[in-house]
Design a protein around this ligand. Structure first.
Ligand code: SF4
Length: 347
């Protein structure tokens, strides 16, 4: 990848479980991400994986505990509010729930025009109206709806208003924080098509936070899979979906329906046991080991000891595909080679 638009290195976010007291929640623990201009990177994982905390930290909605975030090479961590304000034009967010994120007292025009006001753009009424009309058309809404309030729009239309507002400042990067999860399945496809169309027309880069891998496959160029605050696998979408190598990615993909009925019939579900561990007290070594099917069923004592004692590094295996597992490989490959003394990568 050439110079990335966004580069995240060693991002850490810890916060107290209860206000000012109690053990620390290890929400994000050393995350690295790169996002190129015009690209979509999907950040996926279960609830509690830290993906939304990563998004909020990038946007300075929360301060990181440690790490570096650069946008076009400029360091953002440590900037004062006055210094970060002009840079916000380049980074906008669309939140999960358009019912909660739009002020019910404002009209569609006021909502979409607000960022222009804040940044001193489109100062005159005629200029502002023209900008709002253009943005509403851009997201497939009739400008004649400009005087209506959010309550009179459907969920999909509200999310389109939120997208229009986020695009008002022509950002280089749009963070999409699970933008489909509050919408009916029947209208999700329309919003996905809109996002693809907008990226083609405007060239905006997307950081797409999601848990629905079927949508990710359509929308993303690359995927990063998060588990309990760490990235466990990342790569181009075709590589990651075609040959997932981390047991957690394999389990997530096995739960994703496949459109081809013949393939769907053969699909083997990998059921993860238990819940994600307490983030105030994550497991030693590999954080996934308490739920890992490979650890439970395929490794011998020496292999398990390694998983317990050593944190697996995110190692690149080529084509930008990187995996954080001592025994990365296809489903069943350790058991399949009868490797009761399986040797992990890098040995
Ligand atoms: Fe499972 Fe061990 Fe790989 Fe972790 S390092 S995912 S516990 S096999």
């Amino acid at each position: 990848m050439s110079e990335p638009l966004l580069a995240v290195r060693g991002l850490v976010k810890h916060y107290p479980a209860r206000r000012r007291r109690g053990p620390l929640v290890h929400a994000v623990c050393g995350v690295d991400l790169d996002l190129a201009a015009h690209e979509t990177l999907a950040l996926v994982g279960e609830s509690g994986s830290g993906k939304s905390t990563v998004a909020r930290t990038l946007l300075h909605l929360e301060q990181p505990t440690a790490g570096s975030v650069t946008l076009r090479g400029q360091e953002l961590v440590g900037l004062r509010p006055a210094e970060i304000r002009p840079l916000r034009r380049d980074m906008q967010i669309v939140f999960q729930d358009p019912y909660a994120s739009l002020d019910p007292r404002m009209t569609a025009e006021q909502i979409v025009a607000e960022p222009l006001h804040i940044h001193g753009l489109a100062a005159g009424a005629a200029e502002r109206q023209a900008a709002v009309s253009s943005l509403l058309r851009l997201v497939g809404l009739d400008p004649a709806t400009r005087d209506r309030h959010p309550a009179s729009f459907s969920g999909g239309q509200r999310q389109r208003i939120a997208i229009a507002r986020a695009l008002a400042l022509e950002p280089a990067l749009l963070v999409l924080d699970e933008p489909l999860s509050a919408l009916d399945v029947s209208i999700q496809a329309g919003v996905v098509t809109l996002l693809q169309d907008l990226q083609q027309r405007l060239g905006t880069a997307y950081l797409f936070i999601a848990h629905d891998l079927a949508v990710v496959r359509h929308l993303a160029h690359r995927v990063a899979v998060a588990y309990l605050g760490r990235i466990v696998e990342t790569g181009p979408v075709d590589v990651l979906f075609g040959r997932p190598s981390h047991p957690y990615t394999q389990a997530l993909l096995s739960a994703t329906p496949v459109p081809d009925p013949a393939v769907e019939r053969r699909r083997q579900r990998i059921r993860l046991v238990g819940e994600p561990p307490d983030p105030t007290d994550p497991p030693s070594g590999c954080r996934f080991r308490t739920r890992c099917p490979r650890y439970a069923a395929e490794l011998d004592d020496a292999g398990r000891e390694r998983c317990r004692d050593q944190t697996p590094a995110l190692l690149d295996s080529g084509q930008g595909h990187a995996v954080a597992c001592h025994f990365a490989g296809p489903v069943g490959f350790v058991a399949g080679r009868g490797a009761t003394s399986a040797r992990g990568r890098g040995q």
